[in-house]
Write a protein that binds this ligand. Structure first.
Ligand SMILES: [Ca+2]
Ligand SMILES: [Ca+2]
Length: 468
């Protein structure tokens, strides 16, 4: 065992499948409630000075900047006259630079160190001096920007006004190199890469709402990525971070992909997807997904989904309460794409159920009752976003098991009161799915965890699946 990880032994090689699964983390402790809410960003370096710099006149600003420079100068007061990156290893910046400049002075997550270093050391001389730092951080007014803008500017390519998927690669790489909760993955570069990809796909799914692969500063400000980044930096275990970074969530997503990809060619066809969730989805729903009605695939092989497409599919199916998911489902059901979900369209999907416990008319009445659309003749995306019960409509029209369960209940399968008081009502459905799947994966003795058979992939190469 190269990781010294006993859990990984649970994944025996007894299976005849050669498909490999990600290693399990060494210890999985139940998540304890954290005192730090995800919305809390630690205070910035000397907020009164920052505020003053933003608001005062030029002369005052100049004097305040000088004060600031005086206060940080001693950090550079060492025989080197600054901070150096060791050798050619770009994956993470030196510990001193990380703890002093990244964390203390710039108040950024520690895994931004290498990216920050490269931005300051623009000519790649391998050293960051006081003057170079001031030129970048003070003269270019990075100091006075909010944290989201600072991170955006550090990550983005100079001639772009957006972030693309590859721009997140350096920080993910550094996170994987340095985070204690991901230490066990170091010997598995292939799964490091898959973890990073999954985190990035999830970020784009939730935050790049325009779905164009170009994350704008505005989208970044409206999203919840930065608090999640701050939090993963503060916690020893990634699973405490409910959004994007949880290894456990990655594990479940990736294993689900492996379950569906029957011939292990890393592609999923229509027949494969029909097996998802024990064949839960009706064939008309699966056909619509492959028509790419809710979202264009990034897969270049015709009539196939790649891993990225699957991540989008999985989150949409298992986290139906989130806004991007409601949009996904609306596009899927709106056959003629006119922005109105009509009874005829709903009937088309309902008819595809092999067993129909109640008539469509009864179902339609319940749907109209639940959603209470502005106009009774059709349902709009706005109606669905406004309702807490859209999820149930999607399930009744798409999922065989859920339709039968629906019939057993007079009213809503998930009463609202059960959501109240939960710390993350918007995530409850997703977390429940992850926990349930993770548990059954743990007791499933069929899987193989080691990636020894897989070719080691070089992190130095760009992640091919990520598109610009
Ligand atoms: Ca396949
Ligand atoms: Ca329509």
């Amino acid at each position: 065992m190269e990781t010294g990880n006993d859990n990984a032994d649970a994944s025996s090689s007894s299976s005849n499948s050669f498909y490999t699964f990600p290693p399990l983390p060494p210890i999985i402790l139940p998540r304890s409630p954290s005192n730090q809410e995800e919305g809390n960003i630690p205070p910035l370096f000397d907020p009164p000075l920052q505020l003053a710099l933003r608001n005062h006149h030029e002369i005052m600003r100049q004097s305040l900047k000088e004060q600031y420079i005086l206060r940080i100068s001693h950090f550079f007061d060492n025989p080197l006259g600054g901070f150096r990156i060791n050798g050619v290893k770009w994956t993470y910046a030196d510990a001193e630079f990380k703890s002093v400049i990244t964390k203390k002075v710039c108040q950024l997550p520690s895994f931004f160190s290498a990216a920050l270093f490269r931005k300051i050391d623009i000519k790649s001389s391998g050293i960051v001096t006081r003057d170079k730092f001031i030129r970048y951080w003070v003269d270019r007014d990075m100091l006075t920007m909010d944290t989201v803008t600072q991170m955006y500017r550090i990550l983005k390519q100079p001639d772009h006004e957006y972030l693309s998927q590859v721009d997140f690669k350096p920080v993910l790489q550094e996170l994987l190199e340095t985070h204690p909760g991901l230490e066990f993955l170091k010997t598995k570069p292939n799964f490091q890469k898959r973890y990073a990809e999954t985190v990035i796909y999830r970020i784009f799914y939730h935050i790049n709402r325009r779905g164009n692969g170009r994350l704008s500063l505005r989208e970044l400000k409206r999203g919840n990525l930065i608090p999640a980044m701050q939090r993963v930096d503060d916690e020893e275990d990634t699973d405490g971070v409910l959004r994007y970074f949880s290894y456990k969530q990655f594990y479940v997503i990736y294993r689900k992909f492996g379950e569906v990809d029957a011939n292990h060619d890393f592609l999923i066809d229509q027949g494969d997807l029909l097996t998802y969730g024990d064949g839960a989805l009706t064939s008309r729903i699966v056909a619509r997904i492959f028509e790419q009605a809710p979202r264009k695939f990034t897969c270049e092989v015709a009539r196939h989904m790649n891993y990225e497409d699957f991540v989008y599919f999985l989150i949409s199916v298992e986290d139906k309460s989130s806004e991007p998911s409601v949009e996904y489902w609306f596009k899927l059901l709106d056959l003629d794409g006119n922005g109105k979900l009509t009874p005829g369209e709903m009937r088309y999907f309902y008819e595809d159920h092999a067993k129909k416990p109640v008539s469509f008319e009864m179902i339609l009445c319940q749907i109209i009752d639940m959603i209470a659309p502005e106009r009774e003749e059709y349902i709009t995306l706005r109606d669905l976003k406004r309702s807490d019960l859209s999820r149930i409509v999607f399930e009744v029209l798409s999922n065989r098991g859920k339709l039968l369960a629906f019939d057993d209940r007079v009213r809503f399968p998930l009463p609202r009161r059960r959501l109240q008081g939960h710390q993350h009502p918007d995530l409850i459905e997703w977390l429940r799915f992850v926990d349930k799947e993770f548990e059954s994966m743990l007791i499933d003795a069929e899987f193989i965890s080691s990636s020894e058979d897989e070719p080691m992939e070089d992190w130095g190469e760009p992640i091919e699946e990520m598109h610009d």
